[in-house]
Design a binder for this molecule. Structure first.
Ligand code: FES
Length: 394
């Protein structure tokens, strides 16, 4: 006998991605986000370790803009990486005189601070075009050992606006990595805040030999007044999960120290700075694309900095709010295994997914509530989308 046809199932409101939201075939519900292939203007972005930027010109791409970084003593300068004469990249140029960069083609020479054409080697010191042409310069700062570049219009806000306040208010030690990964920056940001992937994708990460993750249910996303973080809150922890592929969680002792509201033993043995932050959940995201994962003794931050439509600069740091011996022990642990296990293989799994995923179209499920909350934050934040060639002299 033929198998009975399955009964039609009523629509399950619990399966909707967020209140009043469609099931998400495309991104038309989030038009600003949909248009933000190259990210958002008017933010400071970390782009490179300050120690790596020297006198030799270093080309970078940020929000689709070609930029050249050069160091002048204790200052790093950033200029649009295009000679206005015939469009040759200035990053291929030479450093003939202090404080300048000379285009390799005809020797147009620009002041690296103002961007003004200050000498033309092939037209003599009195060349009449001197002072009449300039290349765009970018506001630049150094914080946390990183170079920060502002892509925006008008006078920039202090760079501190775009750095988590706990990193400005407390001494800490840190280790970190930066690299450029394949995929659009939005996929990287969504992956970081995505609840479901942590339970499954990372099951095979070696990091989990040390920090096993339980499974959660009943996720909420709340907005923190401090620094505009969206915080993912897990209201129910499944300490024992017997689905195939999930396993059971043996490392309860460690997880009991997590700053989860329902974790037994919460607040015991937590770093005082992290305890003071009083986070309702341990994963948070904020504009323009920064994830924070707070463990009991350290915090991992990762910035998703748009390079171009298909690449993201992934800046990750692990911070421990300690000084003295504890800081030294952390530093040793970071270089000996955290850097390889967490900032290597674990986040390499994320990079793999960001590279291979392809959406929209998409169909969302209940745990994607975290992703849609992030998109909603962007829609209501009045952001200026970076368009191709925005802000470039042409
Ligand atoms: Fe740069 Fe001619 S293209 S000097």
């Amino acid at each position: 006998a033929a198998a009975p046809a399955p009964a039609a199932r009523p629509a399950d409101p619990a399966a909707a991605p967020g209140e009043g939201e469609p099931a998400g075939q495309d991104w038309s519900s989030w038009p600003t986000y949909n248009a933000a292939t190259l990210g958002f203007r008017n933010y400071w972005y970390p782009v490179e370790w300050a120690r790596r930027v020297g006198r030799k010109p270093m080309p970078i791409t940020l929000l689709g803009e070609q930029i050249v970084l050069v160091r002048e003593g204790d200052k790093v300068r950033a200029l649009h990486d295009r000679c206005p004469h015939r469009g040759v990249p200035l990053s291929l140029g030479r450093r003939e005189f202090d404080g300048t960069i000379s285009c390799p083609y005809h020797g147009w020479t620009f002041d690296t601070e103002s961007g003004k054409l200050c000498a033309v080697i092939t037209d003599g010191p009195e060349s009449p075009i001197c002072g009449k042409v300039s290349v765009r310069t970018y506001p630049i700062e150094e914080r946390l050992g990183l170079v920060w570049v502002y892509v925006g219009d008008g006078a920039p806000p202090p760079v501190e606006r775009d750095i988590p306040s706990e990193l400005l208010e407390n001494p800490f030690v840190m280790g970190g990595r930066t690299d450029i990964r394949d995929g659009n920056w939005r996929f990287a940001a969504e992956n970081g805040f995505d609840e479901g992937h942590a339970k499954y994708l990372h099951n095979t990460a070696l990091w989990r030999l040390f920090k096993v993750m339980p499974a959660w249910n009943k996720t909420r996303v709340v907005e923190s007044e401090k620094d505009g973080w969206l915080i993912r809150v897990q209201d129910e922890v499944h300490w024992e999960a017997d689905f195939p592929g999930l396993g059971t969680w043996t490392n309860k002792r460690w997880w009991k120290r997590m700053p989860l509201p329902d974790a037994p033993g919460k607040a015991a043995d937590i770093n005082p700075v992290i305890k003071e932050m009083d986070l309702p959940g341990f994963v948070s995201i904020r504009l323009p694309g920064l994830l924070r994962v707070a463990y009991p003794h350290f915090i991992h931050y990762e910035w998703y900095v748009p390079v171009d439509a298909d690449h993201v600069r992934y800046v990750q740091i692990m911070v421990r709010f300690e000084q003295g011996l504890k800081a030294s022990v952390f530093k040793a642990k970071y270089v000996s295994f955290i850097r390889w296990l967490f900032h290597g293989q674990f986040t390499g799994q994320d990079a793999w997914m960001v590279d291979v995923m392809d959406a929209p179209p998409e169909k969302l499920y209940r745990p994607d509530l975290s992703v849609t909350a992030w998109r909603r934050l962007i829609e209501r934040s009045g952001l200026k989308v970076q368009r191709e060639k925005t802000g470039l002299e042409r």
